[in-house]
Design a binder for this molecule. Structure first.
Ligand code: AVI
Length: 323
């Protein structure tokens, strides 16, 4: 095989290899947060967004609903709209409807999940003048494809909502935004939703709700390993932990082993030992300051065009323009 050829492994092999790397090494055990979102995880996340303690999604939606016209006024016309990780597409309705008031618009949601693309198309199918074309790709590959479609000087508006940027590892948020910028042309826009730092108790309640939905969302990752990789995790022997890491300004989700145990992952051909109280780190959710977002924008090749902050739940919608 040529040295430059890309080696593709099937998704189950890749999952098994990531789980082995995350559970069998020395030091902090870790699983990539993208594996939280199988169909059951996706459904549990949708429930999280309705929890009284988790105000993030409602704040994002409130801002988009109240400021959609103003946001769209900053975007040069004509424009294509693309979204990184559209999820259900519910929040996007406000932006598309505002775009449609001035011109018909093509909307390209980018998702690795076909099911999410289908639910997004169903949710937004009634936004009259928007042509919806789902792109089943990783974010950057998909964005490259969408950028190549533009003709006649159209600009691109990229939506990256819901503070998914906060789920990148420390430093990876900036690397990702730089990559996005390298695909864009000067004058293109990026609407970036980012959750802001807030009082500790409010943050902890949002990630450790009394109904236990977030705990189920987190534990489902072990359930997924059982289902897809023939694992024998006893879910009752692990518990959900949410903690704030001051050094990285992030809420971390972990799964703590209640006792010493060994878990077999038969399809991966390995066994993972756990000490009592040892944790598996499953997600980080960075909480930004407004100033930090502005700095991040500039270091990644954007200027901050405008910023809107919710009154009830500190969350910022940031309109960045590629320079
Ligand atoms: C998708 N993401 C922005 C959510 C967050 O708040 O970091 C994921 C989540 N994890 C637990 N609750 C919600």
């Amino acid at each position: 095989m040529a040295a430059s050829a890309k080696v593709w492994s099937d998704p189950v092999t890749q999952f098994a290899s990531d789980v082995r790397a995350g559970l069998c090494g020395k030091g902090q055990k870790e699983l990539p947060s993208k594996y939280l979102y199988d169909p059951l995880g996706f459904a549990l996340f949708e429930v999280i967004t309705q929890l009284p303690e988790y105000g993030l999604t409602r704040a994002d939606e409130r801002l988009l609903r109240s400021h959609a016209q103003e946001i769209v006024r900053h975007v040069p016309s004509p424009a294509l709209v693309s979204e990184l990780g559209s999820g259900s597409g519910r929040k996007t309705r406000w932006i598309l409807s505002a775009m449609c008031e001035r011109e018909p618009v093509s909307y390209y949601p980018i998702e690795i999940s076909r099911a999410a693309l289908a639910s997004c198309a169903a949710e937004l199918g009634d936004v009259g003048c928007a042509g919806i074309v789902g792109v089943e790709r990783e974010y950057l590959d998909g964005l490259g494809e969408v950028a190549a479609l533009r003709t006649g000087g159209a600009s691109l508006l990229v939506l990256f909502l819901g503070s998914t940027i906060g789920n990148f590892d420390s430093g990876a948020d900036a690397r990702f935004l730089r990559e996005v910028r390298s695909i864009l042309a000067p004058g293109d826009s990026l609407l970036l939703g980012a959750d802001l730092l807030k009082p500790l108790e409010r943050m902890l309640d949002a990630y450790d709700d009394p109904l236990g939905v977030t705990a189920a969302f987190n534990l489902n990752l072990l359930g997924r390993i059982n289902r897809e990789l023939d694992g024998d995790f006893d879910l009752r022997q692990f518990e959900h932990v949410a903690r704030f890491n001051e050094a990285t300004s992030s809420i971390e989700m972990h799964l703590r082993s209640k006792r010493r145990q060994v878990v077999n992952v038969r399809r991966g051909g390995f066994a993972a030992p756990f000490a009592a109280d040892e944790t598996v780190w499953t997600e980080s959710s960075h909480k930004y300051t407004r100033r930090e977002i502005a700095k991040l924008a500039v270091t990644c090749g954007f200027r901050m065009e405008a910023q809107w902050v919710d009154d009830e739940w500190p969350f910022a919608e940031n309109l960045l323009v590629a320079v």
